[in-house]
Design a protein around this ligand. Sequence first.
Ligand code: BTN
Length: 265
Amino acid sequence: MFTKEKIQSVYQGEIIGKEVIFLESTTSTNDTAIETGRQRENPEGVVVVADTQTHGKGRMGREWISPPGVNLYFTVLLKPPFLPQNASILTLVAAVAVVSAIRKHTKLPAEIKWPNDIMINGKKAGGILLEMKSGKDKINLIAVGVGLNVNMSLNEFTDEIRQLATSIKIETGSPVDRVGLLAKILEELESCYKIILQGDKRSLINEWIRLNCTIGRKVKVQNQDRIMTGVAENINENGELVLRLSSGGTETLSAGDVTILKAVS
Ligand code: BTN
């Protein structure tokens, strides 16, 4: 069973999950969460979970396929006391939390592909979409949306993404309890968020580096109309990728689609 009561019976957080909204179906949990946040005096910690989304949103205007009964689609609202330009660290927070939770709950070797793809055995199992509402120097609201393919089967993927995508069930060979996994992710998210609130950005970045599969690899990066190849050298304090270009010099990127070409020895 995937219900609000079941979620709240296995997870109670101090910050995250103070209010859980469960919907059988919604357009996009990010949109519902942002709308809900506008109606709350303090939206921090509200979690919107849906069994299915009719207009699930992926990065770069793409669609996030969201069939019912199988996966996790949820959004956590945060209102951190940072400047808007420092908000991208929350992408790293979410990626570290999701990957740590998958590793602990399933023992699968989940990894982060920059900036926020959740990979298992080289295929994409999930993604994170951060949306922010802010003024000039104040964050009003951040929606951290997570989509994770949990019990989806290969035949449920479109032909276009079947080669590139996977789910936890495909990788382990058996279905996983969605509520238990959601609880673990929220737990990890709360502990990573607390680390950031305490100002310990470095330990979060170190954890991201430990769990990532991008740094040290030869990669191709598509950033809007530009395609670059080079070695993913590092991520900086803002979560940006430092790319050593094959054509010489370095480029610091805040967004893009990464394809891993090979390991560099
Ligand atoms: C990506 O493109 O990798 C990011 C995918 C993010 C999908 C999740 S599902 C829950 C939340 N609601 C949305 O509409 N999108 C995010």
